[in-house]
Design a binder for this molecule. Structure first.
Ligand code: SAM
Length: 251
């Protein structure tokens, strides 16, 4: 007798016995296939995070939104959350996410019960990111804990923002930039951040991507590029196509 999936199962397979041959997903069915599965997951997991993603991908079925939610992107952001939680910094106040794209990191923060967060402000220069980020963060955009801002992070007035009182929800307590590899004039951005500001930055060595203008060849180079007066963490994680670097500390 052959084990399931053995030679007999491959040769002259009977479609009634081989589920792959009975009801295969054709290219035209793929959307429905994945939506159905996400719908089912959201019921069992009772997760606003999954429901918000489902809403965003229905409203904005664009390829780059899929990229922003892919394994590599989410792995790097989960690494950020886990590392920050391990440092014991969990009461975060208001977080500014600079180069925040479609708001995936903001959503992950706001749905993570390890953190106490007043508000996330996700800033991106591309105006088309805003509606997508708000859809992806629908639950928290509606309750005022997520805001998407269209602005150039080279031009934001960090001093003025940081000078606001702590009662003001728009005062940043933590600046995050996981898009450092995209900043051709990195020093111009970094020099605008007031000393003492709590920051988390990520970059990578993915030089072959044409959107990347500021990759770092290794962790040491990234640390030299981002001199922190009070370093809290530095590390790297290897992904399939690149290695990602992360620093946490005060400017
Ligand atoms: C491809 S995405 C993010 C990739 C990154 N791995 C991540 O998710 O953190 C880079 C984003 O940075 C944004 N960006 C680049 N330069 C910017 C600037 N000067 N001000 C604001 N956003 C900027 C781009 O519009 C884009 O949405």
């Amino acid at each position: 007798m052959n084990a399931p999936g053995g030679a007999d199962a491959e040769e002259g397979a009977n479609p009634d016995l081989n589920p792959r041959l009975v009801d295969p997903v054709g290219p035209q069915d793929k959307d429905e296939f994945y939506h159905d599965i996400l719908d089912g997951l959201s019921v069992f997991m009772d997760s606003d995070y999954i429901l918000d993603i489902l809403y965003a991908i229905r409203e904005y079925p664009i390829l780059r939104l899929g990229h922003s939610l892919n394994l590599g992107q989410v792995t790097c952001k989960k690494w950020l959350l886990d590392t920050l939680a391990d440092t014991g910094t969990t009461d975060l106040g208001t977080i500014y996410i600079l180069g925040g794209w479609y708001g995936v990191l903001g959503a992950m923060f706001l749905h993570d019960p390890r953190f106490t967060i007043k508000k996330v402000v996700s800033v991106d220069i591309e105006p088309q990111c805003r509606p997508v980020a708000e859809a992806l963060n629908r639950t928290n955009a509606e309750n005022g804990r997520f805001e998407s801002l269209t602005a150039d992070i080279y031009e934001l007035d960090y001093r003025r923002l940081l000078a606001r009182t702590s009662a003001d929800d728009s005062r940043p307590d933590l600046l995050i930039n996981t898009s450092c590899e995209h900043l051709a004039e990195f020093d111009r951005w970094f020099s605008r951040i007031p000393p003492g500001t709590l920051m988390i930055v990520q970059s990578n060595d993915y030089f072959s991507c044409e959107e990347h203008h500021n990759c770092a060849p290794d962790l040491g180079s990234f640390k030299r590029q981002v001199p922190l007066s009070e370093p809290i963490y530095d590390g790297q994680t290897k992904l399939k196509k690149y290695t990602r670097f992360m620093l946490i500390g005060r400017r």
